[in-house]
Design a protein around this ligand. Structure first.
Ligand code: GLN
Length: 385
């Protein structure tokens, strides 16, 4: 018997592909987004403490109560909003599980979901597995600007979900409150839910502030907002994220979550709760931390053939290699791995129909030495090109 694939055209994610290629070629990996420096030792200490205390059995399905309370307090401090930890917060296996669960809750057979390209690669397969169809609206480089009139034209009777992502991976742009107003006006009289991927909420540069859908009263009522402790606490391997949504949406999300991940690593949840209770300010320095890394990388790439694009947020940086070649980005990224021993992430896999572009994504969540070494190798490559 030939097993019938439900996702015949889906391969391995570009992040895994590039990380494997990096390992095979002995390249410096500034592709897949994960830190190469340690977590705060105090946080590690709280994990040990929770294990020693015996917090080693199933956590509550919806998440450890102490953690959900800390999350509600954190949201109040960041966005001056009130969130009920009992009925509106769910802890999930990374933000990715929140995204998957929210999509399964919102999209049914024959429904359409609006997604903006370049889109994070987890969205579309989840929509298709729910029986839905993705309507992809391209944001064109280098500005990656939203055309709300075009969005309006894409909405139809079958549209049930719209996925937003700000700060945006991989374009490094951020949405502003006026754009949320434009979106709210477009979907006001339609049965459309918003899924807002806000995992880089604390990583905004140059004094910008994050515009959360949760702080937009109209969108708040119809949105799943998704966040990530992996990004915020530099611990992507912990796989802890959470979803904030009104009680009726949360109820449906939890129906999926309870039969998917069911519950999330207990000691890690207790540890995060204690850590953030002990130091609620711990996450506030993230923007400045990554802004310094952005500026360091940018300074080190000056005068090379890699042009650094403006970055408003996320822990990524786009570079344009057009002065060094016109190969498509997959070919160029592979050349960079082989010839410069630098692994990056090409942008075309994030588009249904990639526009002509010569952009690569670099990860800023690296030690300064790593970023300096990467820039050095890129400078040498550029000099040879
Ligand atoms: N979020 C990470 C990135 O954008 C990738 C996570 C993954 O590999 N699936 O690099």
């Amino acid at each position: 018997m030939r097993f019938r694939s439900k996702l015949p055209d889906v391969g391995t994610t570009i992040f895994t592909v590039m990380s494997r290629r990096a390992a095979d070629e002995g390249a410096l990996n500034v592709g897949q987004g994960f830190p190469d420096y340690p977590i705060d030792p105090r946080l590690a200490g709280f994990v040990q403490q929770a294990i020693d205390e015996g917090r080693n059995q199933y956590a509550p399905m919806e998440g450890v109560g102490e953690l959900r309370e800390v999350i509600a307090r954190k949201l109040a401090a960041s966005y001056a909003i009130s969130v009920d930890p009992e009925s509106e917060v769910t802890v999930t296996c990374g933000a990715t599980e929140s995204i998957y669960d929210a999509i399964q809750a919102a999209v049914g057979a024959g429904d359409e979901a609006i997604v903006f390209d370049p889109a994070y690669d987890a969205y579309e397969p989840a929509i298709r597995l729910a029986g839905g169809r993705c309507v992809r609206i391209p944001l064109r480089p280098p500005e990656f600007a939203y055309d709300w009139a075009e969005v309006g034209r894409a909405l139809g009777d079958r549209t049930r979900l719209l996925i937003l992502n700000s700060p945006h991976n991989p374009s490094c742009t951020a949405i502003d409150p006026a754009e949320l107003d434009a979106l709210a006006a477009l979907i006001r009289d339609r049965p459309i839910t918003v899924l807002s991927d806000e995992v880089y909420e604390h990583v905004l540069f140059d004094g910008r502030r994050h515009a959360s859908v949760l702080a937009h009263p109209e969108l708040r009522e119809r949105s799943f907002a998704v966040f990530s402790f992996g990004k915020t606490l530099h611990a992507t391997g912990w796989r802890i994220g959470y979803c904030v949504a009104p009680p009726d949406l949360t109820r449906e999300l939890r129906k999926i979550h309870q039969f998917n991940a069911f519950s999330i690593a207990a000691p890690l949840q207790y540890a995060i709760a204690r850590y953030l209770r002990a130091d609620p300010q711990a996450v506030l320095g993230l923007g400045a931390f990554f802004e310094a890394k952005r500026d360091l990388l940018s300074a080190r790439l000056r005068g090379t053939g890699f042009r650094v694009l403006p970055a408003a947020g996320t822990y990524f940086q786009l570079v344009d290699y057009r002065d060094l070649g016109r190969d498509n980005d997959l070919v160029f990224a592979d050349r960079l791995i082989r010839e410069a021993k630098i692994a990056t992430i090409p942008l075309s896999p994030f588009y249904a129909e990639p526009p002509p572009m010569t952009l690569l994504r670099l990860c800023l969540a690296k030690r300064d030495e790593t970023l300096e070494a990467a820039a050095e190798r890129m400078r040498a490559f550029s000099a040879r090109a």
